[in-house]
Design a protein around this ligand. Structure first.
Ligand SMILES: [Zn+2]
Length: 406
């Protein structure tokens, strides 16, 4: 029976360490009193557990300045960014990016380059990423302990092995990205891979426009439209990791063919092709043409403004269905949709009023994303940190070892 009690107290210790590290990672420095309030643990439990985290170099404690209140000031506990770092990687349509991110979400290094257009095979792309990783790591002290790596890729990803089932913009079908990247990076730490919009959603919830919100739909539009859904703080992955592909929600049976092979998907009505076509520009004009439409709209050009309104109508149409199904707190528009949000906000709201069920409609707001182009990369860092956040005890080591070494 003694063993059972010991096991139970170890389980509790692990869960409590996780709760503390999650709070510090998400919110930055907190006083011991704030940790008591946020975790529901006792003052003495916080003191002991923070002591373990300090001994493992994950956090530091410093005496807070007195605030003029009676009693001793509560020491401030802060995460140590340099003592637990992750590699965040991204394969986007036009760019590759690598960052080193420290505990607490501090971006220590970040490199983003144009994706070499003739480097299309998985081995070429993995090789390019490995070079960027070497470059980023060479800028840092070699002693920084690496938790793991996370990769955001513009495609459908099977979470178990990082196999990319489909990435139309890369021309990939059933590509074993996880396996090839592990070979190219030659690292022993785990590498987690997920869809870019899923990770954009995670980043906006942890550090951006949806910070603190429980149930969130993130929609990021460019040529393709991706989505990520977070329910009660937990990313919705589906059975294999393919969930959240809102861009391929069928919305118009009489619509245009979609590059996924279907017809009338949402992205054929709200992606950049649709905006450019309606504004009277070649639909494959790319980022420069989108900038032009934005400039025209800012100057009051009727056709550009009408194009925005029409996109807004289709955004509202699709969102009404998602609001009815998911009852979200917040809808975050990223990428192109975030940039044109000021022009379509009123239309989107009006369509939601007209089409969504009144009860969930009243609870939801539509806002632009705040993390910009780096959202998926920051989400990849969060994905890589998950292992440490879920069980910091595996990093800290068993309690008895620490006591013996103290
Ligand atoms: Zn489609």
């Amino acid at each position: 029976m003694v063993v059972e009690i010991g096991q139970r107290s170890e389980t509790v210790r692990r869960a409590n360490l996780s709760a503390i590290v999650r709070e510090l990672h998400a919110r930055g420095p907190l006083s011991r009193s704030e940790l008591v309030a946020r975790t529901g643990l006792t003052r003495s439990a916080i003191r002991d557990l923070v002591g373990e985290l300090v001994a493992a170099d994950l956090v530091s404690e410093e005496r807070a300045a007195p605030l003029g209140t009676p009693g001793r000031p509560s020491p401030l506990v802060r995460p140590n960014p340099e003592d637990a770092v992750v590699l965040a990687l991204e394969i986007a349509v036009d760019t590759l990016a690598v960052a080193l991110v420290g505990l607490g979400g501090t971006v220590l290094e970040l490199i983003r380059i144009e994706r070499p257009r003739d480097h299309l095979t998985v081995d070429e792309v993995a090789g390019d990423l490995a070079e960027l990783v070497d470059e980023v790591r060479a800028r840092r002290p070699s002693a920084e302990p690496l938790v793991g790596a996370g990769l955001a890729v513009v495609g459908l990803v099977r979470r178990t092995d990082g196999c990319v089932a489909m990435a139309p913009n890369l021309g990939w079908i059933d590509v074993p990205l996880g396996e090839r990247l592990a070979g190219a990076l030659d690292m022993t730490e785990p590498i987690s891979i997920a869809n870019d919009a899923d990770l954009g959603a995670l980043a906006e919830v942890r550090r951006g426009a949806a910070r603190g919100a429980d149930t969130v739909i993130f929609i990021s539009g460019e040529v393709g439209v991706g989505g990520g859904i977070v329910v009660d703080g937990v990313p919705l992955t589906g059975v294999a990791g393919y969930a959240g592909e809102v861009g391929h929600l069928p919305v118009n049976p009489a619509g245009r063919p979609c590059h996924c092979g279907s017809v009338g998907c949402w992205e054929t009505e709200i992606g950049s092709f649709a905006l450019l076509r309606r504004a009277g520009h070649p639909e494959d004009g790319g980022a420069a043409a989108v900038d032009l439409v934005l400039a025209e709209a800012a100057a009051g050009d009727r056709r550009a403004l009408d194009a925005m309104t029409e996109v807004g109508r289709w955004v509202g149409f699709g969102l009404a269905g998602l609001v009815n199904v998911l009852d979200p707190r917040l809808i975050v528009l990223g990428g192109l949709l975030g940039r044109i949000h000021p022009y379509l906000a009123a239309t989107v709201d009006a369509e939601l009023d007209r089409l969504a069920l009144r009860a969930p409609r009243r609870l939801v707001r539509v806002v632009p994303a705040t993390l910009g182009i780096d959202a998926p990369l920051l989400g990849a860092a969060e994905l890589a940190f998950e292992r440490l956040l879920a069980d910091p005890a595996s990093w800290v080591g068993p309690r008895d070892v620490l006591r013996a070494s103290a």
